[in-house]
Ligand binder design. Sequence first.
Ligand code: ATP
Ligand code: LTN
Length: 328
Amino acid sequence: MKKKILTGLQPTGVITLGNYIGAIKQMVEMQEEYESYLFVADLHAITVPQDPVELKKNRRSLIALYLACGIDPKKNHIFFQSENEYHANISWLLECNTYFGELSRMTQFKDKSQKHQNFTAGLFTYPVLMAADILAYDVDYVPVGIDQKQHVELARDIAERFNKKFGTTFKIPEPLIKENATKIYDLVDPTKKMSKSEENPKGVIRLLDPLDVVRKKIMGATTDSLMSIKYDPENQPGISNLINIYSAMTNKNYSEIEDEFKDSNYGTFKKAVADSVVSTLEVIQKDYNTYLNSSELDDILDSGREFSRKIAKEKFEDMKEKMGFSRK
Ligand code: ATP
Ligand code: LTN
């Protein structure tokens, strides 16, 4: 039997090159070998305020982007989290087996709650819903960027505790974080994560940015005065970030890249990085528009919803039975 992988992205805006490299690209590379689940985490998106019109647009756009990035609907179960009610149902049962203290330690909650004056209870319990997303399907691996590692580890802790208390119910998942995809940084401030919700557009590459703008952003990326193309995140964060991007785009490793550019200046290197990103995005953007308006997209979502509901329902019923919710 094939091992299973699963990941989700939030429809909180047009996704970035960081999201692509950290999550989607890994899924594309693994889809041949694994049974794959890829969903749109729209219930997670509303943990911070969303405009309903924008949310509706971003949800569909994200599915079209998955397909345009090379996600094969024949090899992936693709669905909206909100169309599978068992995620929220399972989440409640798990919430009552998760400690307040555990959730208080989540660094993403600490960061995001500081950014909003009035943050929701959902922002606090968000990692439990994420645990439900993962545990419902008994997945083996969860491809994510490093910012999500703590949440996957929490899912493991919750699963282990539940298994001990009620008998084996869940498979224990593992985060899957690729060396060159751990975290892509902002091009202007390479100490900060490249983030969808960043307001300054200069340091963030979005998959649907015009290609000349993408090129400009990369050519204008912050570097340093050391004039050497070496992977050294501590002393050369800007260059190391560009090396990571180039590595992800070309599948070359760090030493191959250092060797390729050992006699080059930063301008030449940046141009090569820009070429590699632009040629990847060119293909994605061309396919995106075709998928966005196709009826195929709805067929894919219908079958993803039905398949995922069937599996998650079984898990929900099993949990309820074990917790004492059966009539007899
Ligand atoms: P926001 O900026 O709104 O907080 P986000 O981009 O951090 O959003 P998601 O859309 O939920 O959050 O992220 C989807 C996936 O992309 C996750 O697996 C996350 O780890 C990964 N990811 C996000 N940003 C980066 C990045 N800069 N580098 C590598 N992976 C990333
Ligand atoms: N929390 C994630 C998105 C997400 C996810 C998941 C990722 C929701 N459910 C399950 C992997 C597995 C984020 O903000 N990046």
